[in-house]
Each structure stands twice: as C-alpha cells, then as structure tokens.
Unconditional design. Structure first.
Length: 125
C-alpha cells in the first residue's frame, strides 16, 4: 500500500479516502480485512452524515452486503478545486488501479500549466 501511495505522490497528488461510517464501524471494516488504523498511510475522512458523499453524487447508490451504501468512486480534483476526473464504480470492487490513476495524473500534470494560465488570465479580466 505504501508503494502505491508513493506512486501517486510522485505526481504531486494527495490521497484522501472518504468512508460513510462512524469511526467504530470504519475500524471494524479495517479489522475485517486484516488491517489496523496504523496500516492506513493516508487520511481516512469519516462522512457518517453523508454530506460529502451526497455532494459528489455517490450516497446510498449501492447495496453492499446487507446495507445501502455509497457507490465506490474515485475523483481527482486539481489545485484550483476543479473536478478533473471521476470514476463511479458499478460494483464494490470496480475501482481504477493505481497505475490507471497515475496515468490520468500524468496527463493532467502535462496540461496543468496551460490550464492554470488560461484560468488565471481569464479570471483577471
């Protein structure tokens, strides 16, 4: 897991995970897959009220195990807060690989200077 995170940080990216559960349930889920909180090397943001999940359109869209839960999703948001990539999963395991995300980041980073200059110059008028 740590090498995957390093692969993303090479692209000047920060990984955040959003979990729709209370902290006790998130810890139980980690335990269920054989992990402890110390094994998670990125911020795990808890969203039990589903505020963030609803904002990104993934709240209560999938039946996972015995409960309605959020649709698995991956978002890339640029330094200006603009959503640049979205992958909404069709199943719990439908998520892009780290190499797929790295490829998207490579493409976005190659566009970044021109995108930023265009945004900056048009917003100054």
């Amino acid at each position: 897991m740590r090498s995957s995170i390093e692969q993303l940080t090479e692209h000047d990216a920060v990984l955040l995970a959003v979990d729709p559960h209370e902290s006790w349930a998130a810890k139980a889920l980690l335990h269920e897959v054989g992990l402890k909180t110390d094994d998670v090397h990125f911020p795990l943001l808890l969203d039990p009220a589903l505020t963030t999940s609803a904002k990104y359109g993934v709240a209560f869209q999938m039946n996972i195990h015995v409960e309605e839960s959020n649709r698995p999703a991956t978002f890339i948001i640029d330094k200006l807060g603009v959503l640049r990539y979205a992958k909404l999963g069709e199943s719990f395991s439908d998520r892009p690989s780290v190499s797929e995300i790295a490829e998207v980041l490579t493409n976005l980073n190659s566009e970044w200077p021109s995108q930023f200059c265009r945004f900056y110059s048009s917003s100054k008028r």
